[in-house]
Design a protein around this ligand. Structure first.
Ligand SMILES: *[C@@H]1O[C@H](CO)[C@@H](O)[C@H](O)[C@H]1NC(C)=O
Ligand SMILES: *[C@@H]1O[C@H](CO)[C@@H](O)[C@H](O)[C@H]1NC(C)=O
Ligand SMILES: *[C@@H]1O[C@H](CO)[C@@H](O)[C@H](O)[C@H]1NC(C)=O
Length: 266
């Protein structure tokens, strides 16, 4: 899904038309999900379809493994025809048996273009694309590994790995995963942890950035990985129930952008 570049007419951005507002970098966000999660994709298309960043060209796609049912081939074909935001990898649906490896290693071959950054995200995370892009702006475009470092309380991104909620690699590292024998020979295991292991074994990702406290688990769901919602949020993870989505969307004033109209009274 191409995020439209929405410039509200009352924002200072619309007045300032200077060239520096051109996108400075590109980002692919791949949300790993299951073919049958139709309702979740529908909801996430709303969540990401209304977001954009003036400084980044951001594409959001849903990443599946091979379809296994006749009805999926029809329903997902419909989604592709309407939204063109689905990537189907050559794998059997799984979480810790290599889907993340297949995702990164396939991209350089299957994408029609390169991106500066590629993110892997869960389907129970709420990403705020503008703050995400702003946080990337000053960071290196090469050899970068970005996310929420595990363990929860750690502030050192160089010891372990970035949580699977949503982590990001620069394009050179995506290519490296596709070419190196290190990941290829060590595919099975907790998907996020494996990425950290490969990068360590390959002496890669000299540039790392753990975005705490802006990334976290939904309040009260995961010990020290959780904290209260905060204004500078980039990602809230473990947003699963409708009451949790409701609280998150309200907190970040997501629907306050709704324009006045004589057609509805909300
Ligand atoms: C996925 O589907 C393709 C096309 O039908 C097939 O060639 C491939 O073997 C399948 N991959 C797996 C892992 O089942
Ligand atoms: C949401 O809007 C309220 C009222 O305008 C404001 O006080 C609050 O700071 C906003 N929250 C965020 C996260 O921007
Ligand atoms: C929308 O309409 C209401 C009622 O006329 C008005 O009070 C409010 O300021 C309007 N909001 C915007 C954003 O124009």
């Amino acid at each position: 899904m191409k995020s439209p570049l929405i410039l509200p007419s009352n924002s200072p951005i619309a007045i300032d038309q200077s060239p520096h507002l051109k996108a400075q970098f590109s980002l692919l966000v791949g949300i790993l999900t299951r073919p049958d999660a139709y309702d979740r994709r529908h909801f996430l298309r709303l969540i990401y379809g209304i977001q954009s960043s003036p400084i980044a060209d951001i594409d959001v796609k849903f990443v599946l493994c091979n379809l296994t049912k006749a009805e999926q081939r029809v329903f997902i074909a419909l989604e592709i025809m309407r939204f063109d935001d689905i990537i189907i990898l050559d794998c059997i649906e799984n979480m810790n048996y290599g889907k993340t490896y297949t995702y990164f290693s396939s991209l350089p071959q299957i994408l029609p273009r390169r991106y500066d950054y590629v993110m892997k995200a869960d389907d129970d995370v709420f990403l705020r694309l503008a703050p995400l892009a702003s946080s990337l702006r000053p960071l290196p475009r090469l050899d970068l590994y970005y996310g929420f470092v595990i363990p929860c309380a750690s502030q050192n991104p160089f010891v372990e790995y970035m949580s699977g909620m949503g982590f990001l690699l620069s394009w050179d590292l995506v290519e490296w995963i596709g070419e190196s024998s290190i990941p290829e020979n060590d595919i099975y295991g907790p998907e996020d942890k494996m990425v950290g292991k490969w990068l360590k074994a390959g002496k890669k990702a000299k540039n790392r950035f753990s975005n705490k406290p802006a990334m976290y688990d939904y309040p009260g769901t995961n010990g020290r990985c959780s904290h209260e919602l905060i204004a500078e949020t980039v990602a809230v993870h473990r947003v699963k129930r409708w009451d949790q989505w409701f609280r998150v969307l309200n907190f970040f004033n997501v629907t306050k952008e709704l324009k006045n109209s004589t057609l509805y009274y909300i």
